[in-house]
Design a protein around this ligand. Structure first.
Ligand code: IPD
Ligand code: CA
Length: 258
């Protein structure tokens, strides 16, 4: 076992808990809308939470950081061979802005384009999802595993529409054709939380096209640690991907959806 990963996981948990203290205050300052363009929204809370997390991690480690709001990092370029942090300071920002309790903090470590560990802190529900790939995954320190559903028609798919989604009729019909054979489809407005739910078997699969890397990085790490399988297809150099994550029993049936 790599002790340095345990240490980094503890730091990520701590960082998320410090940020949580601020996000859980019912304080108008964290819900100021900094921008609302097209289907996207940015809050003061995104920036405040990010600063808290980055300041803490920088004070403890020298690893590069890729984070949603500031993006400063070597990123996941192929020359980035060292372990680097990937941070989404609030995933589910629109939900958070409206007081819909489906938002979380996501922090992970990646290396050579591979997930190493992840933390997703659902601060509304006090659910802390953690995982170290090859070691295990936990919800509030209890082991979690992906589901064992093996039929698409029995599976619950979580998905979403990234802010740059094409809402044309053709595009939406194409989406419907892909998802209509699942038992149920859920759009909860947080990719990170959707993935945490795949990791603990509440959902069986997650798929989203054109999603940003920081939205899914922590959740991919935790689902991989919980026995899941992931497919990450790079769309461009701006950290956008087509992503499918699921249990291993169903992966052959649904892999073609990407
Ligand atoms: C969004 C959420 C949502 C997904 C969007 C993301 P944000 O992240 O993850 O589920 O469908 O593509 O942008 O903006 O709340 O951090
Ligand atoms: Ca996000």
């Amino acid at each position: 076992m790599d002790d340095s990963n345990n240490f980094l996981l503890e730091l990520a948990v701590k960082a998320s808990k410090i940020a949580e203290e601020t996000l859980n205050k019912n304080n108008k300052e964290i819900r100021i809308i900094n921008s609302s363009i097209g289907h996207d929204i940015k809050l003061s809370g995104d920036v405040i939470s990010e600063k808290i997390i980055i300041d803490f991690l920088r004070s403890k480690t020298q690893n590069s950081i890729l984070s949603e709001e500031s993006k400063h990092s070597k990123g996941i370029a192929s020359d980035c061979n060292n372990k680097y942090w990937v941070i989404d300071p609030i995933d589910g920002t629109l939900n958070f802005s409206r007081g819909i309790p489906l938002a979380c903090i996501s922090i992970s470590i990646w290396e050579n384009d591979k997930p190493i560990l992840g933390v997703i802190n659902d601060f509304n529900r006090k659910e802390l999802f953690t995982g170290i790939v090859g070691v295990g995954a936990w919800l509030n320190e209890q082991p979690i595993y992906v589901s064992d559903i093996s039929l698409m028609e029995k599976a619950v798919l979580a998905t979403g529409f990234p802010s740059n989604t094409n809402y044309s009729t053709d595009s939406l019909l194409n989406f419907v054709a892909k998802v209509q054979n699942f038992k149920k489809v859920r759009l909860i407005g947080s990719a990170a939380l959707s993935l945490a739910y795949v990791a603990c078997g509440r959902f069986d699969a997650y798929m989203e096209k054109g999603i940003m890397f920081w939205d899914v990085a922590g959740g991919i790490a935790i689902t991989a640690a919980a026995g899941g399988k992931y497919f990450l297809n790079k769309i461009n150099n701006d950290f956008q991907y087509n992503v499918l994550v699921c249990n291993k029993n169903i992966s052959n049936q649904i892999q073609g959806l990407l």
